[in-house]
Design a protein around this ligand. Structure first.
Ligand SMILES: [Zn+2]
Length: 346
C-alpha cells in the first residue's frame, strides 16, 4: 500500500537565492515545491532600500521557469544608515515582509551589518509600531566568544535587551541551533518565533569534523552538539507555533566550498521536503509536519496559508541529484546521510 501525505503547500521562511547565474540555477529548485519564501537580502551589495528590493524581486521572477507559481517575499538588509521612513514605505506598499539584522561580520556577506545597535533604534521602533518582523541572525561576533557559544551569548547580550527596550517588536530568531535558542523562542510570547533549518535537524558538529573535514556540512551558525540537535528536533516536531521551517538553503559553488577557506552554507532546496518527511516519520510526528512547513510561518507573518496542496508519497529510496549545475560550476545538494523514502508527487 502506498502511504501518502498531503499538506498545504509549504513556504520557506529563510532562503538565499543569490543573483545572476546562481539565481537562475537555484530559483527553480525552490519554486518546484514551495509557494513562497522569505528572500535573504545579503547580496553584494546588499538589498538595503525598497527600490533595491523591488528590482531584486523582478530579477527573481524573471529567473523562474515558465508557469512557476512562486512568490518571493522580500526583505531589507538593516544597516546603521537605514531610513525608518523608507522601511515603512516599503512595508506599506506590500513589497517588504521583514527586515534582516546581521551583526557585522557574522556570516556570508554581512560586512554592512550592524555594530552599534543604538544606531538602529529608530528603525526598530518604527518596525514595532507597524508590526514589521525583524529577522535576526543571532550570533555575537566578539572574537573572544567561542564559535559554539555565540548563539547563546547573543540571546543574553543582544536579543533580550533589544526586545526589552522595544516592546511590540516582532522578532524571528533565524536558524536556531541550540537548546537555549529553542527555549527562548518558545517562552517569548506571541511576538517571538524561530526558524529551524532542515540540516540542523540532521547533523551535529561531529558530522563536520569526525573522519576528515566535511565542507558541505559547514554552515553558520555552525551545527552544535548532539544534545542541541535533539532539542531542535523536539522543537520542530512539537507542532508549537513558535517554530517553522526556514531552510537557509545557501548555494555556494563547489570550488568555494571545497577550499582552504571554505564558504558557509548547506544547499537543501532540492531535497528538503523528502528529508523533513523522513525526520518527522522517524520521530513519529508526520501529523505535525504541516504545522512546521505550512501553517506556523504564515500565522506569525500574518499571511494567509496557501490555497494549494502538495502530496508526498512513500516508496523506494528517492533518487535526487548529488549536484546541480550552477554558474559554470556545480553546487552540492545536502546529503542527509540516510536514505530518503518520501518523494513529492508531481
Ligand atoms: Zn541565511
Amino acid at each position: 500500500m502506498t502511504q501518502s501525505l498531503t499538506l498545504r503547500r509549504p513556504d520557506d521562511w529563510h532562503l538565499h537565492l543569490r543573483d545572476g547565474e546562481m539565481l537562475r540555477a537555484v530559483a527553480p529548485e525552490s519554486a518546484r515545491h514551495f509557494a513562497r519564501a522569505i528572500i535573504m537580502p545579503n547580496l553584494v551589495p546588499p538589498v538595503v532600500t525598497g527600490a533595491q528590493a523591488a528590482a531584486y524581486r523582478d530579477r527573481i521572477l524573471a529567473a523562474l521557469p515558465d508557469g512557476a507559481r512562486f512568490e518571493p517575499l522580500m526583505t531589507l538588509y538593516l544597516t546603521e544608515d537605514t531610513d525608518p521612513a523608507d522601511v515603512a514605505a516599503a512595508h506599506a506598499s506590500g513589497l517588504v515582509k521583514a527586515v534582516k539584522l546581521y551583526p557585522a561580520g557574522a556570516t556570508t556577506n554581512s560586512a554592512s551589518g550592524v555594530s552599534n545597535f543604538d544606531k538602529v533604534r529608530p528603525v526598530l521602533e518604527k518596525m514595532a509600531e507597524i508590526g514589521l518582523p525583524l529577522c535576526m541572525h543571532g550570533e555575537v561576533t566578539d572574537p573572544e566568544i567561542d564559535i559554539f557559544d555565540r548563539e547563546a551569548v547573543f540571546i543574553d547580550r543582544v536579543l533580550d535587551p533589544i526586545r526589552r527596550a522595544t516592546p511590540g517588536l516582532r522578532v524571528v530568531m533565524e536558524h536556531i541551533t541550540t537548546a537555549q535558542g529553542a527555549q527562548y523562542a518558545r517562552d517569548g510570547g506571541e511576538d517571538l518565533a524561530a526558524t529551524i533549518t532542515t540540516h540542523h535537524l540532521v547533523i551535529n558538529r561531529n558530522h563536520i569534523l569526525v573522519g576528515g573535514i566535511k565542507p558541505h556540512y559547514y554552515c553558520l551558525p555552525v551545527a552544535k552538539r548532539e544534545e542541541h540537535r535533539l532539542a531542535l528536533r523536539a522543537a520542530a516536531t512539537s507542532g508549537d507555533p513558535s517554530y517553522f521551517l526556514g531552510t537557509d538553503s545557501a548555494p555556494h559553488v563547489d570550488a568555494l566550498k571545497e577550499h582552504a577557506c571554505g564558504c558557509a552554507g548547506c544547499f537543501t532546496a532540492t531535497n528538503t521536503l523528502s528529508i523533513l518527511a523522513e525526520v518527522f516519520e522517524q520521530d513519529a510526528a508526520l501529523d505535525r509536519l504541516e504545522a512546521f512547513t505550512s501553517l506556523n510561518g504564515p500565522a506569525f507573518y500574518r499571511l494567509p496559508v496557501n490555497d494549494t496542496t502538495l502530496t508526498l508519497t512513500k516508496g523506494a529510496p528517492v533518487v535526487y541529484p548529488e549536484k546541480i549545475d550552477a554558474a559554470g560550476d556545480t553546487v552540492t545538494v545536502f546529503d542527509p546521510g540516510f536514505p530518503l523514502h518520501w518523494t513529492v508527487a508531481t
